[in-house]
Design a protein around this ligand. Structure first.
Ligand code: ZN
Length: 388
């Protein structure tokens, strides 16, 4: 699969939209869990395991689902044995985005066209270990203009800054202590922070007036079920692949929450993610009642071929697709920057259907591609006023 191929692009119109409008745009990744320290130090990875598997719980989960023992996932096995274990189960995972993400990672960053399998593991391991990229090289190669990391109050921010083509901004994550976050907001602002990431409506309510005053964007990540396997969580820890999808956001409660803040003049620009895809139409409709509120892109378990398409379909039908805030990796892995290409190809394929059916002209669609894949995210990082 070469860069100019038709992967996920199901029509000449989709190919034209992707290659003429989307492919050359810089990336703005406005929510991720990347380490700013690894960028600043331009970390040298020991091997493909460390870069591809050591921190990626999406891949760990699949290995567990396929029966790989924990020793070969997060245990004390040798790095190559863990990589080979992953390689041996990946061919079982066609349809899961990890299958396509992994091959995009190999192709784009290692120029490796071989399908990963147990038989190809040793050859791919040798090939990739000979050309291990650094974080700054990966960000430059993906033309990543800006990323926003996830940082708690009190965290060291000295590694945030500009590295090559990429500006690395902190994002204030608030899970429990709103007071500590408020007390540290000035320091975050000095490092260029423009957003807060919150998972609880009570905490969001107590922080929202200050976020609105500062012109920051409030990211609400709602309804994941964290650490549902408590025994495994006890052994292996957080962010290790033991999470699940909640039953759905209480839209009525969320409407009251937004209404109270809006009426008081203290509703910041807000991007709301629900982990339950059934929430999309109701959430899109609710966002449409508040001019500064948007639904976030397909998130976590929905960050799949079908999940991205379903979220776009709902957003376009119920809201205004040209206001979509675009893709985020929400990832801990530098290789995940290829997921912006994955999203852009799916988005262009989705939009092209409107041209094919005569529902919209091509230039209009091209302008939407530019907005969603790049310009709209600039409002979050406060580089430019709204253009689209
Ligand atoms: Zn996140």
């Amino acid at each position: 699969m070469k860069e100019n191929d038709a992967f996920l692009l199901n029509s000449p119109a989709a190919e034209r939209l992707y290659f003429d409008y989307a492919a050359g745009l810089p990336v703005i990744d406005w929510h991720c869990h990347i380490s700013a320290k690894e960028i600043a130090e331009n970390k040298r990875y020991a091997d493909l395991f460390e870069l591809m598997l050591a921190g990626d719980h999406y891949k760990w989960r699949l290995m567990r689902m396929c029966g790989v023992p924990e020793r070969l996932i997060t245990g004390d096995a040798e790095p190559f044995d863990k990589f080979r274990a992953f390689a041996s189960v990946l061919p079982l995972c066609v349809g899961n985005p990890v299958y396509e993400w992994t091959h995009l990672e190999l192709r784009r960053f290692f120029d490796c066209e071989l399908p990963l399998s147990s038989g190809a593991a040793a050859e791919i391991w040798r090939h990739c270990n000979d050309k291990m990229p650094t974080p700054q090289e990966l960000l430059a190669q993906t033309n990543t203009e800006c990323i926003i990391t996830t940082d708690n109050a009190g965290d060291d921010l000295e590694y945030h800054g500009i590295y090559g083509v990429t500006t690395v901004l902190p994002g204030l994550r608030v899970d429990s202590d709103a007071g500590a976050a408020l007390a540290d907001a000035d320091r975050f602002a000095r490092y260029g922070c423009v957003s807060a990431d919150i998972t609880d409506l009570k905490i969001a309510g107590s922080l929202a007036p200050e976020l609105a005053r500062r012109g920051w964007t409030m990211l609400l990540h709602l309804d994941p079920l964290r650490n549902v396997n408590s025994a495994a969580f006890g052994q292996i820890g957080v962010n290790a692949g033991f999470d699940a999808m909640g039953g759905g956001v209480d839209i009525t409660e969320l409407a009251k929450f937004l209404d109270g803040l809006y009426g008081a003049g203290s509703l910041p620009r807000s991007i709301i993610f629900s982990i339950n895809p059934n929430d999309s139409p109701a959430l899109n409709a609710l966002c449409g009642a508040f001019p500064q509120v948007f639904q976030g892109p397909a998130w976590w378990f929905n960050d799949t071929f079908d999940g991205i398409r379903a979220q776009l379909k709902s957003y376009a039908a119920v809201n205004a697709v040209g206001t979509h805030p675009g893709m985020v990796t929400d990832s801990r892995s530098f290789l995940s920057y290829s997921r912006h290409e994955y999203f852009r190809r799916i988005f262009c394929d989705f939009l092209a259907e409107a041209a094919i059916r005569g529902r919209a002209d091509f230039d209009t669609l091209g302008a939407i591609v530019r907005c969603v894949c790049y310009e709209n995210a600039k409002q979050i990082i406060k580089k430019e006023k709204i253009k689209c």
